[in-house]
Design a protein. Sequence first.
Length: 168
Amino acid sequence: MIRSIVIDREGPEKNLDHDLIDIFFEKAVNYDSKLRRDHQIRCIGIDEETTGLILDFIKKKQKVATFSLPWIMTIEKHPNSVINMPIILLGYDGTPEVMIQISNLYNTTFGEITYKETQMDGPPVQDPDIWIPLHRDYWNGLLKKYNKSCTDDMPIIVEEFNFIFAQK
């Protein structure tokens, strides 16, 4: 079983408590033994506040997809997501909070994003007129260190997921 850390920014990556993550993982596996398989550790959000909001939307099943950038995954040698892969989502402080499981994957480009995709994100950003500029700015910040920028032809992986388990 392989555990992959897939975090592309400063923050929780420096504060990972692997013992806490192990305990959380075992609780989730006790909930559903099929979760004992290769899995990823991620954190989404730009700060403590937004990460908390995103995790709440996931727990309420109001956010049912996330979006990954193949450019970064390739450069950072992150493994590709696969259907049924469990993902432990961390709070901004590095504490494991939620487990989700990939239910569907498909490729698109930034320029092809429509309401079909944005409506799967959290309620404040479901309107494409909000989602597109917000993610363009966010991803430009992530891509800067790789000398890349968010363009309409930038590939995106849409990762639909099911909420599985929460710590709290």
